[in-house]
Design a protein around this ligand. Structure first.
Ligand SMILES: C[C@H](O)CC(=O)SCCNC(=O)CCNC(=O)[C@H](O)C(C)(C)COP(=O)(O)OP(=O)(O)OC[C@H]1O[C@@H](n2cnc3c(N)ncnc32)[C@H](O)[C@@H]1OP(=O)(O)O
Length: 286
């Protein structure tokens, strides 16, 4: 259906493991990389648990679960990505770290037509593209959390990205992964975060100034607007460090006060209360 069969995913955190799961369930050969054996084991366990849950809920058969696991491999050596047709980087929202990864990928991924993609929420794609010798084959492929559930993927071509790269990425996302792709220009926040982040920051400001309790803010949007989860629960799901860093990137780009992280958000990040992934954010999780 497309020429992309072997995928590499850099980072096996919340987003990386979800992206790897989506790709492997779609029948692709997926190799996942993490920096340390410990981080790899945590990510692998998250991914296997998610597949076990999907099988237990009858979303996939046990045979599909086993076949999906067979298509997944794990490494701490990016050198093993040489034969990948597409690599999706999904590490923390840090421009320097992402840039270094793109420089390494550019050296190790040898296939001449291979695409290097980033799942970045907000970092300009063109900065990652020009860190490589193949700026025409770098693109943003932005998934939403939880990646196995959310149907949307944003495609973000950099100024340097070729039409052929966009077409191949779009075809793979739509035809192989079965996601709905929308395109956005390479501007911080793209489409969804440009709308979502100011909303989440407004909810945090509302909580910080005592206008309403966290439960009433969340119930307001869940019961009043039929959102699947209120903004404070959603911020905890995304990760408060991610919310803050996306807000910082958007503020840097536009200097728009609505994108400035409220002090409470920054203090919670400094305290390590990052939401679900650390067991505490606006709510506590066991
Ligand atoms: C910041 C970034 O750049 C961009 C972003 O990611 S923005 C964030 C976008 N995400 C959202 O807005 C999430 C909004 N919330 C939701 O969609 C839902 O509340 C939710 C899917 C997280 C949970 O749904 P909820 O009904 O409360 O819980 P639950 O019944 O456990 O799950 C619903 C379905 O999702 C599945 N699911 C939930 N979490 C999952 C996960 N992590 N992995 C795989 N499947 C999952 C469940 O298996 C269930 O499937 P089923 O109905 O077919 O059995």
């Amino acid at each position: 259906m497309t020429d992309i069969e072997r995928v590499g995913v850099v980072g096996c955190g919340q987003m990386g493991s979800g992206i790897a799961e989506v790709c492997a369930r779609a029948g692709l050969d997926v190799m996942v990389a993490e920096t340390t054996g410990e981080a790899l084991e945590i990510g692998r366990t998250r991914l296997v648990t998610s597949l076990e849950k999907a099988a237990a809920r009858g979303k996939i058969s046990e045979a599909e679960r086993d076949a999906t696991l067979e298509r997944l491999s794990f490494t701490t050596d990016l050198g093993e990505f040489a034969d990948r047709d597409l690599v999706i980087e999904a590490v923390v929202e840090n421009e320097q770290i992402k840039t270094e990864i793109f420089q390494i990928l550019d050296q190790v991924v040898t296939r001449p037509d291979a695409i290097l993609a980033s799942n970045t929420s907000s970092i300009p794609l063109v900065k990652l593209a020009v860190a490589t010798a193949r700026p025409d084959r770098v693109i943003g492929i932005h998934f939403f959390n939880p990646a196995p559930v959310q149907k949307l993927v944003e495609l973000i071509p950099a100024l340097t990205t070729s039409d052929d790269t966009v077409a191949r990425a779009e075809s793979m996302v739509a035809k192989v992964l079965g996601k709905h792709a929308i395109r956005a220009q390479d501007r911080s926040g793209f489409v969804v975060n440009a709308l979502l982040i100011p909303y989440l920051l407004s909810a945090i400001r509302m909580f910080e100034t005592g206008i309403a309790s966290r439960e009433d803010i969340d119930n307001g949007m869940e019961l009043g607007c039929a959102h699947p989860m209120g903004p404070l629960k959603l911020a905890d799901l995304i990760g408060l460090d991610t919310v803050a860093s996306v807000a910082h990137s958007m503020y840097e780009e536009y200097k728009e006060p609505l994108y400035a992280a409220p002090p409470l958000l920054q203090r919670m990040v400094d305290a390590g209360r990052l939401g679900r992934k650390t067991g505490a954010g606006f709510y506590t999780y066991v």
